[in-house]
Design a protein around this ligand. Structure first.
Ligand SMILES: Nc1ncnc2c1ncn2[C@@H]1O[C@H](COP(=O)(O)OP(=O)(O)O)[C@@H](O)[C@H]1O
Ligand SMILES: [Mg+2]
Ligand SMILES: [Zn+2]
Length: 579
């Protein structure tokens, strides 16, 4: 491609709305433009990279045996009512009515569409298993789209769905997708870590995310310093170790006046003890729980720990939990906020974190203003209604696999695989007949990769102060040719190189503009093509070969530079192929 025939509107200045590197560089290098909040258009260069990422994903999906289909972007609201996600998904689900007053959704994901499509087709056990996927537009009405392509409202996702008659078969498919995802990210030049994850509103028990470590990531990974344990913080668990400095007490539970102390720290000072001696009690409002009778639960946890609301939502099989309002707290505890505790609490069931059951001689709110109980022993002074692991794991906690120390890192979620079980087949009444003519619900899996987010993540991982450094596999062009001036002998040499490389299957961008060399070099570095060939009158018949991201510039005779370039492109492409 000749630069003058395409459209690459590079920018000198960094647009002020872009705070992360990938967003800045995508705009500056002329890959994308913003259309509206959370809405982006791709320009020619951006689309080339986008298509390459898409193609890598497609090839690896095809290699698993999954069949490419294409579900529509819009789906009848009725389908989403069948699974109840019409209400559960909240405002993230964009709903609309057509002229007949019929409900539609802009698909944020396509479990409903694919289950609806196949429920009347896969009626015999002989039709199973089936694996289908598509790469298509999604819409999520994100409250705060941000970071350019990282979190948008409209984006492209590859989503795959598998249907099985038994769990072993599902497990095999799930593992197959896991391996395929590792290959996809490797081919994109990304080091993605596979972490245990929560399955969220989508349901099911088993799920893993593929995360790329990055300080701008929205997710937190919990990793073990000694073994391969990796989970996202919503899912992570740790060894529950007793706090041994406080032994069991024989003293009776006693009510103590604690005037004007509110925070756990103040109380610890007042009583000359540690926050670890305090049983913190939080009142939560719980929405749509299939475990609780009422709408509230009191959650107790050791004073130095935090509640993991995702885990709490999970153990209560709820759609959502939120801290209760002050009014509700006062109603339930019978006193002002700040004196909740499990001893004598009647108006809400008590759920305690496992950490609490190992505590001794504890302190807790006495359900009365300015009073606390001391010498509290769990199981002696109160009996919890439920004991679960609902704590947020933090740096320094102990690994359940090996006893090593856990630590946390920020990460970007680029892909996610789930075992769904029969959640969708049951709610949408998809059944098949087995060998004996008996009816069953098929079990399902689903698997997603964000294409746009992957593009952005590649840039986060591969850039320097001058611009993008594309891995050969996803670069818009393999080679950039820069004649200092596109005229005379330099033009001849540039055209010759261009033709020979193109004939050998290399994608070339030739900067044929009338521009100062400095401008052309800056632009080439900014858009990040892996190989740059510079042609200057003074050096002919030699050409300068430079690999983006490497310092060395090599002068090469024009007769050999083509072979050398072709070989380097092929070597690089091979480097990213999974073994
Ligand atoms: N708002 C978004 N913008 C860009 N990509 C997204 C967005 N939401 C999700 N994705 C991509 O789609 C993949 C699958 O999404 P999913 O796991 O269903 O989303 P989430 O974890 O946000 O609920 C994610 O791993 C991510 O790569
Ligand atoms: Mg996810
Ligand atoms: Zn470990």
């Amino acid at each position: 491609m000749k630069r003058s025939r395409t459209y690459i509107p590079t920018l000198r200045e960094t647009p002020s709305e872009a705070v992360i590197v990938s967003h800045q560089l995508l705009l500056r290098a002329g890959f994308i433009r913003k259309l509206g909040n959370g809405l982006f258009n791709y320009l020619p260069l951006g689309l080339r990279t986008f298509r390459k990422v898409e193609q890598i994903i497609r090839e690896e999906m095809d290699a698993t045996g999954s069949l490419e289909c294409r579900a529509g972007v819009f789906a009848p609201g009725e389908l989403w009512k069948e699974t109840n996600r019409w209400s559960i998904m909240g405002d993230g689900l964009l709903k609309m009515k057509n002229r007949l007053g019929q409900d539609l959704v802009a698909s944020p994901t396509n479990e409903e569409s694919f289950t609806a499509m196949l429920r009347n087709e896969l009626s015999s056990y002989k039709d199973y298993p089936l694996s289908v996927y598509h790469i298509n537009t999604k819409y999520r009405d994100e409250i705060r789209p941000r970071y350019g392509l990282m979190r948008t409202r409209e984006f492209t996702m590859k989503d795959a769905y598998t249907f099985h008659t038994n769990d072993e078969c599902l497990d095999k498919a799930y593992q197959g997708f896991g391996t395929a995802y590792e290959k996809v990210f490797h081919r994109c030049g990304l080091n993605a870590i596979r972490v245990k994850a929560d399955s969220g509103a989508i349901g099911g028990d088993n799920s893993e995310e593929f995360m790329v470590e990055s300080h701008i990531g929205d997710g937190t990974l919990i990793l073990c310093s000694k073994c391969d344990y990796a989970a996202n913080d919503e899912k992570a668990s740790c060894e529950v170790v007793p706090y041994t400095e406080i032994p069991e007490t024989k003293e009776k539970c006693e009510k103590l006046k604690t005037p004007d102390v509110r925070t756990i720290e103040e109380l610890a000072d007042f009583l000359h003890t540690s926050p670890k001696a305090f049983i913190k009690t939080l009142i939560y409002r719980v929405i749509d729980s299939s475990v609780l009778e009422g709408d509230f639960v009191a959650v107790c946890i050791r004073g130095d720990l935090e509640v993991n609301e995702v885990k709490l939502t999970g153990v209560l099989k709820a759609s959502e939990v939120e801290l209760a309002s002050n009014y509700d707290v006062e109603e339930i505890t019978g006193t002002v906020v700040g004196f909740a505790g499990p001893v004598g609490l009647k108006k809400a069931p008590v759920l305690v974190d496992k950490s609490v059951m190992l505590m001794h001689d504890a302190v807790t709110g006495a359900l009365e203003k300015d009073y606390h109980y001391v010498h509290v022993e769990p199981n002696r002074d109160f009996t919890p209604d439920m004991v679960y692991d609902v704590r947020l794991v933090k740096d320094g906690d102990i690994c359940t696999q090996c006893g090593g120390a856990l630590y946390s890192k920020k990460g970007i979620e680029v892909g996610h695989i789930f075992k769904l079980g029969t959640k969708y087949s049951e709610s949408m009444n998809m059944t098949y007949l087995d060998e004996n003519g008996e009816k069953h619900y098929p079990t399902m899996g689903c698997y997603g990769i964000g294409v746009d987010r992957t593009v952005a993540t590649i840039i986060e991982e591969n850039h320097d102060k001058d611009g993008i450094i594309w891995p050969m596999t996803v670069t818009p062009y393999h080679v950039g040719i820069v004649p200092l001036q596109y005229e005379g002998a330099m033009k001849e040499a540039a055209d010759k190189l261009y033709d020979e490389l193109t004939a050998r299957g290399i994608e070339v961008l030739l900067d044929d503009r009338v521009e100062r060399p400095g401008v052309k070099f800056k632009d080439m570095d900014l858009i990040g093509l892996p190989i740059r060939l510079v042609i200057s009158d003074a050096k002919l018949p030699s050409v300068e070969f430079k690999f983006r991201g490497e310092k060395d510039i090599t002068d090469m005779p024009i007769d050999t530079v083509v072979d050398h370039t072709v070989k380097r492109v092929q070597d690089e492409l091979k480097r990213y192929m999974p073994q």
